[in-house]
Design a protein around this ligand. Sequence first.
Ligand SMILES: Cc1cc2nc3c(=O)[nH]c(=O)nc-3n(C[C@H](O)[C@H](O)[C@H](O)COP(=O)(O)OP(=O)(O)OC[C@H]3O[C@@H](n4cnc5c(N)ncnc54)[C@H](O)[C@@H]3O)c2cc1C
Length: 541
Amino acid sequence: MSEQEYDTVIVGAGFAGLYALHKFRDGLGLSAVVIEAGDDVGGTWYWNRYPGARCDIESYSYSYSFSEELQQEWCWSERFAGQPEILRYLNHVADRFGLRSDIRFGTRVTSASWDDDSRRWTVVTDGGEQLVCRFLVSGVGNLSAAKDPEFDGLERFGGNVYATARWPHEGVDFTGRRVGVVGTGASGIQVIPEIAKQAAHLTVFQRTPNYATPIGNGAMDPEFDRYVKANYAALRDRSRNHFLGVPYDLVQPSALALDDTERRRVYEQRWAQGGFRLFFDAFADLVFDEAANDTAAEFIREKIRQRVTDPRVAEVLAPTDYPYATKRPPLETNYYETFNRDNVTLVDLRSTPIERVTAAGVRTSDSEHELDDIVLATGFDAMTGPLLRMNLTGRNGTPLAERWADGPRTYLGLMVHGFPNLFLITGPQSPSVLYNMPLAIEDHVDWIADCITHLREQGSASIEPTPDAEDGWVAETAQLAGNTLLPRTDSWYMGANVPGKPRVCMVYLGGAPTYRQICSDVVAKGYEGFALAPEGATANA
Ligand SMILES: Cc1cc2nc3c(=O)[nH]c(=O)nc-3n(C[C@H](O)[C@H](O)[C@H](O)COP(=O)(O)OP(=O)(O)OC[C@H]3O[C@@H](n4cnc5c(N)ncnc54)[C@H](O)[C@@H]3O)c2cc1C
């Protein structure tokens, strides 16, 4: 087994790993290598190549801010870029900053363990390599471990099976085919209208209906592009001071403070604006107050009923048993109109669950749906999944899976007690998936870089959170979640989409500005809540 030594091993070559490599290698002068399971850069945008895949935060926001030159030279063709364009952007970043030479593609980290004597991590790959490093930085993503389907028989199916999260690079031609899509989360809602346009027949298997709202995509307006480029610094600043990391500023305090007519006017306006305006730029109490939430939920249900011509189909598509935005709110283009097409059938799995996949198709409790192709849009083992699949072992041989048996335990979503020098970019219990992710990633990478610089200046070999600081953070994230409506709903935010997974909120819900302030206060107070071990000393147990 070959062994190589680095200052830093970074796992993943998506938005997180690419910026981390640039920052640590070119900014701090560390020796660094990225290990990436895929054959090229891009992460989410490398794997999720299904038709209709696109970001749902405006592209000028859903992009890096660390390089003014990059911001100025890159032109987005659409308001919300599609997957091919985002992938081109990340390839451009990799080339522009000379990153490829330090990325090992087609290589998966299969385990990593901390050695307290040498104060080093040993990282093992599926190619049988051992890499020794001082700092192990996870950029494995929150939505990169696809969830296994919860039904049997896929291996018996006579047709083709595709997964939105592992889409074939050469694309798929569904012309003349009978296709079944399983799952109506954010990916399902993007792919369904696209497949419906091509397939002979599309059967949509829905377990939980979703509150999808229009994305409002279109070509990038050249005048708006000029405005953005002239004002990028201010826009980024406003974004970083916004809960979701976007430069929105129309939010009103309460949906209940307005009468029906005024409230509807606000909802109609946000609906027309598209993107996450309805979710995050209408009323601040939507995820905190059930009565406020009901007004938005009912508004969306009315829209669904107006758009879907068959009232029975509309009722199946309209969610009634959980509050709006307590699952990841999907954005759509012609999603509901798709169910008015003659070649589309909706199957309600709540009344007729899938029993199994057969050689001919999908068998539900009341009939067999014959199919040529099955598309799985069944979601992810989110947040903790990719980290636990790396088989991390901390001090005294303790596996991360054991420490996190009851749910993730971190301090600031950045570090874990007993796992020194392991940094989690957008880890569980940070704002992560509820913060425009390129900015969330940059904030974390910058914090980690400052931390490593501090360790060098102090002559410290390692850093990790104290047990008390970690306990406090776990309690704080749980308490913040408890103030919202999120714990009421079975969502991937709560780990509730994966059977047997602990049901805890995995996102810090205090908002990105508060979180950023906490992180900088921790630094200002001399890395409060962290224990630093000097070179040569025995680490605290
Ligand atoms: C379809 C889709 C749409 C999205 N849209 C938005 C959006 O509009 N706005 C937003 O803010 N976020 C969005 N997200 C979230 C998105 O994941 C992040 O925005 C961002 O791409 C995360 O970047 P990352 O580098 O942290 O992780 P990823 O892009 O997930 O990259 C992680 C990489 O790590 C690799 N990896 C994982 N484990 C290992 C291992 N053990 N060994 C080696 N390599 C490993 C994976 O192969 C992957 O390439 C979306 C996610 C999906 C799936």
